[in-house]
Unconditional design. Structure first.
Length: 271
């Protein structure tokens, strides 16, 4: 999309958006251990958001329970986890109306959606996998993987790479980098910026039965105390019975860009 920064980032460091003004930049690199990085600079501009419609959200419930196995247990051709057989198969589009979320639960460095559309399988690392083969399921997966997938944080989290990332050379490279971080060969980066991100909405770029793409819209307060708005593009594929992240490269999990006023669907833990 034209709103994305396509600057090559071989080292996983942030690209700059705008030639004249240094702005808040959302950088999502390789693994969530290097995560959604927000870098704040002197800037008096306040990007205003332009939501198109509100979402309905069910009242919060008790923390859902889920099994905590480390690998998929295929129960039928189209599902990777036992719990997926109980998920909703409602194929209503989310392109114009946000899905209901029963509860936003803690995972990784932020909160993620848990509902009848997915997040039913909880890994030992707290990463949630197991999504319905629907638009809503793909959106739930995108919102989860963008802030909670971190195979570099511990050996316990290492299997998350296979559980949540599409097979291919990029996954191999990302796994090698995660291993270097776990071994202390490559330093990890401070993930605390992710905790300051607040999901406020999304744009559905595309969806079919095999692949989906979403722009997630986040706000955060920069170092000068101003609210800033940024986006992250999350691409997914349906593989081995679940939605998995299709990484942007062997270094970058997903791509980030400055929010430029595009209409979006309101959706998030504070909606």
């Amino acid at each position: 999309m034209s709103t994305q920064d396509t600057t090559d980032r071989p080292t996983g460091r942030p690209a700059w958006f705008g030639a004249a003004v240094m702005l808040l930049v959302l950088v999502v690199v390789g693994l969530a251990a290097w995560g959604i990085r927000t870098f704040f600079f002197d800037n008096n501009a306040d990007d205003s958001a332009a939501p198109t419609s509100p979402t309905s959200q069910a009242p919060g419930a008790a923390e859902p329970t889920a099994s905590t196995t480390t690998g998929p247990a295929v129960v039928e051709a189209d599902t990777a986890w036992d719990c997926q057989t109980d998920l909703s198969d409602d194929e209503t589009s989310v392109a114009d109306s946000a899905p209901v979320v029963e509860e936003w639960v803690a995972a990784g460095y932020n909160v993620v959606p848990f509902s009848e559309f997915g997040g039913c399988q909880k890994q030992p690392s707290t990463l949630r996998v197991g999504y319905s083969h629907t638009e809503a399921g793909a959106l739930m997966a995108a919102a989860t993987y963008s802030v909670a997938l971190d195979p570099s944080v511990s050996e316990e989290a290492a299997p998350d790479l296979e559980a949540a990332v599409a097979e291919g050379p990029n996954r191999v490279l990302l796994g090698e980098r995660a291993q270097r971080i776990r071994d202390g060969i490559e330093p990890s980066e401070d993930p605390t910026a992710i905790t300051r991100l607040n999901l406020i909405g999304y744009i559905q770029n595309s969806y079919d039965a095999d692949a989906a793409s979403y722009l997630l819209v986040y706000t955060a307060v920069d170092d000068s105390g101003l609210d800033q708005t940024v986006m992250a593009q999350v691409d997914l594929v349906w593989e081995d019975g679940d939605w998995k992240l299709d990484p942007a490269s062997g270094n970058d999990f997903i791509t980030g860009a400055r929010y430029q006023g595009q209409p979006y669907i309101e959706w998030g833990p504070k909606s």
